[in-house]
Design a protein around this ligand. Sequence first.
Ligand code: TRP
Length: 470
Amino acid sequence: MSVSSSGSAAYSGSLEGSNAQRGLWSSRFAFILAATGSAVGLGNIWKFPYVTGENGGGAFVLVYLLCIAIIGIPIMMAEVMIGRRGGHSPVNSIKAIAQRDGLNPAWKLVGAVGILAGFLILSFYSVIGGWAISYVGTTASGQLSGQTADAVGAIFSGLLSNPGTLLLWHTVFMALVMLVVAKGVRSGLERAVSILMPALFVLLLIVVGYAMTTGHFGQAAAFLFQPDFSKLTTSGVLVALGHAFFTLSLGMAVMMAYGSYLPKKISIAKTSITVSVIDTGVALLAGLAIFPIVFANGLEPGAGPGLIFQTLPLAFGQMPMGSLFGTLFFVLLIFAAWTSGISLLEPIVEWLEEQKGMNRTVSTLGAGVVCWALGIASILSLNLWADFAPLGFIPMLEGKTIFDLLDFFTANILLPLGGLLVALMAGWVMSKPAMEKELALSPGTFNLWFVTVRFITPIAVGVVFIYNLM
Ligand code: TRP
């Protein structure tokens, strides 16, 4: 494993093995690329607009932004810090810190929550990644050009009603993820992030530019940024909290794994804030791109998971060079989803390697195939099992399909729970001087962070959980 000394190269080596001499990210930039690659994904472009639409807009967005600022950023700092201090894969990092600081090894549970969450999330994430792959063909073929909202909606329903097609693209997406994880070398991919992420950003700007011509941009901006608290429900607050974790890739020790490769001299606070700001910026842009199209075409903001696939194709069908932009957009979306999907599978594979002594290819194949098989349940809940709500007898889960349940349970329960454990570990049990040294902040800023992870995060997560249970 080599440590690159040239400033521009990305992390050079595999993310495997904790006992081997570990390479480090070659620069602050390389870490930011990897962390951004994980954070920016379907969560920003697919999920953020549709959960915002479902939860009434402005007030939900405000709570989501507060969750990012008050809970997300401090937790990201804590994860990166634990990873860097531990210097191993998440489970072993925690073990190492436990030994050094004399804590209970049961804190390893954080890693276990992460592995379970990653596994469940990837199973449905890959299905949605498959939708994006399918839309490359849809846009490239030019069949969208000049279409009405109804026709675009019919294309989307057509996709959902066809389990075979969904399975094909789900398989392709999962194979892409497994390929990179099995090879263990991601330097090329990280370098690609530095070109493709800005490209995605530019394309979003182009769609926002088009959206401004629809005459409904003001309405969309008001929907997103003028809070109407009468539309906010307790479950909306839970979704906002869960989405803050989901979109920043928090709560399952991914940032911990990445943090273990961060050189000591790099500021954890600055890098965490940078990643969070980029991630939030992409989500807000996606909202500004999509909602003008929603309102201009009389569509329903709360249409659910299909929202971007029923709106963006309309825009691409109408704007000049729409087929080209549309094709590019979905290619870049696949890429963003791909780098996120890798970061969902990686911890599981690393864990299998370390704990079960399996080699990387076998563990990738094993974990990937089981995850792929679970994805079939999500596929079927879009068509044959669309009316099957296994836990429908619980009022809060009424009408939720297997796909909805997986999304709900992971984003809204498991990830905040993982984040809560991280906060408790940093806030209550780890050695404070060691954390001060690791974070290297001014005393005032350190205390602000410390009070947040010690009190604010646990209380906020606890209150949201308790309210929703009642
Ligand atoms: N953050 C990614 C997105 O928004 C999804 C993701 C990747 C994730 N890795 C994660 C979510 C780890 C939680 C934990 O698309």
